[in-house]
Design a protein around this ligand. Structure first.
Ligand code: HEM
Length: 255
């Protein structure tokens, strides 16, 4: 029995083995991420359709951004903790086992072949397609984190980089702390133009990453639901309990 096999039992005369796969930090990350991303998308929609929603006035516009940014901090801290866990967690949490590297093409080919044959290989952690999806989602979320924090700093002077922005654009002899978002008073026009280039670039990256992420999240949900319905894989309950029950021997179990 391997270190992560917990129990073996019979259900409907089929032998199932139960494994502990997702550790608590991974499960916490997943559900905090779901809630924060949904919240961020919801507030982003309000920002995008504020005119249609009858939201006018600078104060209201800035207040909505502030809500999005505070939610963004929760999202960012959670994501950074998961990135660290990917270096210290169990084998299913490690980036070296998730991000495609040497030998991945052969693993993917073998998995796609098994699907074509109608006998999909069983994986305890992410299957090869799941590894691609997770890599894409984490990359896009990192892009959202970096571009979001850049936009928060250059647009409304929010931490952690807002202090550096106001120090840079403050005109000579002006206290940077006295600068206000969307108010040119006390700023150096040339330096403000430099910051605008960065702000516009961050805005472009942020929007492209947001819409691409939403598309991949939809795909991710469709694949998980399909696997639950067709293969009774128990993927969703495993993200709550951390445990998976399998009848076939998985490809990625350590002996
Ligand atoms: C899954 C994560 C995220 C998604 C899906 C998302 C989505 C979006 C979208 C669609 C917009 C455009 C709204 C518009 O055009 O008016 C936006 C704007 C913005 N986001 Fe995010 N965002 C995410 C994370 C973050 C993070 C982590 C931060 C920083 C803490 C952040 C800060 C901002 C800021 C400051 C804006 C304002 C842009 C502006 O109108 O000037 N976002 N976000």
């Amino acid at each position: 029995m391997s270190f992560n096999e917990v129990a073996s039992n019979k259900v409907n005369s089929v032998n199932y083995t139960q494994y502990t796969v997702w550790e608590l930090p991974v499960r916490l990350f997943h559900w905090i991420n779901v809630v924060s991303v949904l919240g961020l998308i919801f507030v982003a929609c309000i920002m995008m359709f504020k005119a249609e929603l009858g939201i006018t006035g600078l104060e209201a516009k800035i207040a909505i951004k502030q809500v999005h940014i505070v939610m963004g901090y929760v999202f960012a801290i959670n994501l950074l903790m998961r990135i660290v866990w990917g270096f210290v967690g169990n084998q299913y949490a490690l980036w070296k086992n998730i991000i495609p590297g040497k030998g991945f093409t052969a693993i993917l080919k073998s998995y796609m072949g098994s699907i074509k044959n109608g006998k999909p290989q069983t994986y305890l952690g992410h299957n090869p397609l799941g590894r691609l999806a997770v890599t894409a989602m984490i990359t896009l979320m990192l892009a959202l984190l970096i571009s979001g924090l850049t936009r928060a700093a250059t647009d409304v002077y929010y931490p952690p980089f807002g202090g550096a922005v106001v120090s840079y654009i403050a005109a000579e002899g002006v206290n940077p702390d006295s600068l206000k978002p969307y108010d040119k008073t006390g700023t150096n026009p040339e330096k403000r133009a430099h910051v605008k280039v960065l702000k516009d670039l961050a805005g472009e990256i942020h929007e492209i990453a947001a819409f691409t992420l939403m598309f991949i999240i939809l795909l991710h949900i469709v694949v998980v639901v399909r696997s639950e319905v067709k293969e009774e894989s128990g993927l969703v309950s495993a993200m709550f309990s951390g445990k998976k029950r399998l009848k076939d021997k998985p490809e990625d179990v350590l002996e």
